[in-house]
Design a binder for this molecule. Structure first.
Ligand code: AKB
Length: 310
């Protein structure tokens, strides 16, 4: 019998909204606690109002509910992070260190930490970016993720804490909206298309970035967390890839459903962030270690996004 009890920290966000549903299906409603700063209308039972910058508050929840796994999703993303660099560093690091330390002290069995393609910067080969490429992030979000990768590696090596991590590309789903990322345009564009509105894109037409459909992102997360411990050779964070496309290509795929759809380009400060990131990712370690294989391409994703948003 599975006796795991899961806490999702930052469950109101884009990933948390969908991941919490999936984890409830697997582990049972009463074994999954969602938590965030405020409760969303219509949110599930087992929601806890939790400020993850408060060590004592996390500790109380972990002890009271005998938590055995934590998914730590609370973070400020790349574009929003640039509006307040020091506040972003504080929040991203404090919440992670609280989760790691509470997990160590209270024998939490597994922790998930989301990293990002934002750990890479301008100094590397942007095609087929390797797992081992050096990390010189150009944003405070990327700096906090690169530091976070080192912290989770430290907790694994020093204390044996089983922390697992993925470098997510831009994630696209219909169930929830992203907030404050550089890849957000690839979700917003579908919302405009189904309303028959034109879309103004904050990135230039040829800006290719790594992206992933939500179902692939959720499946990758759960497959990594459920993989046998001895298969996990990367204790910083795994590169994973789904698809790569630019705004012109996503607009083209939308036009197959909405022939009159129009996109205009008005690059802003987010262009420089996108330009510092890889175009596509080499994920051979994830494929070799825990058999990662994405299932969705741009055409399939566009069809699902439009059908569900309509
Ligand atoms: C962002 O755009 O900041 C995120 C990410 C790629 O980590 N979606």
């Amino acid at each position: 019998m599975n006796t795991d009890v899961i806490l999702i920290v930052g469950s109101n966000g884009q990933l948390g909204t969908v991941l919490s549903q999936k984890l409830r299906q697997i582990y049972g409603d009463f074994n999954v606690f969602t938590s965030d700063l405020f409760q969303k209308i219509n949110s599930e039972d087992n929601f806890i109002t939790l400020d993850a910058t408060d060590f004592n508050a996390i500790e109380e929840v972990v002890v009271k509910h005998k938590i055995t796994q934590i998914y730590h999703l609370a973070t400020i993303l790349s574009a929003k992070g640039e509006q307040n660099p020091l506040g972003t560093w504080d929040l991203n690091m404090k919440t992670l260190l609280n989760v790691l330390e509470v997990s160590r002290l209270h024998n939490v069995k597994k922790v998930f930490f989301p990293s990002s393609i934002a750990v890479f910067g301008n100094n590397i080969n942007k095609e087929n970016t390797l797992q081992s490429s050096s990390l010189n992030p150009a944003t405070v979000y990327g700096i906090s993720k690169a530091a976070g990768e080192n912290w989770v590696h430290y907790y694994y090596q020093k204390y044996g804490l089983d922390v697992r991590s993925l470098r997510y590309p831009g994630v696209i789903g219909y169930q929830s909206l992203p907030g404050g990322g550089t890849t957000d345009y690839a979700v917003d564009i579908y919302h405009k298309a189904v309303k028959n509105e034109d879309f103004e894109c904050f990135l230039a037409s040829k800006t290719t970035l790594p992206m992933m459909y939500m179902d692939d992102a959720i499946r990758a997360t759960i497959e990594l967390m459920e993989a046998p411990k001895e298969n996990i050779s990367i204790r910083t964070s795994y590169n994973i890839a789904g698809m790569s496309f630019n705004p012109e290509e996503i607009a083209f795929s939308i036009k197959e459903h909405y022939p009159n759809f129009k996109i205009n380009y008005k690059p802003d400060f987010r262009q420089a962030i996108a330009d510092s990131w890889p175009k596509n990712i080499n994920d051979s370690d994830a494929r070799n270690d825990w058999n990662w294989e994405p299932a969705y391409n741009l055409k399939a994703m566009t069809k699902i996004m439009i059908e569900n948003l309509k």
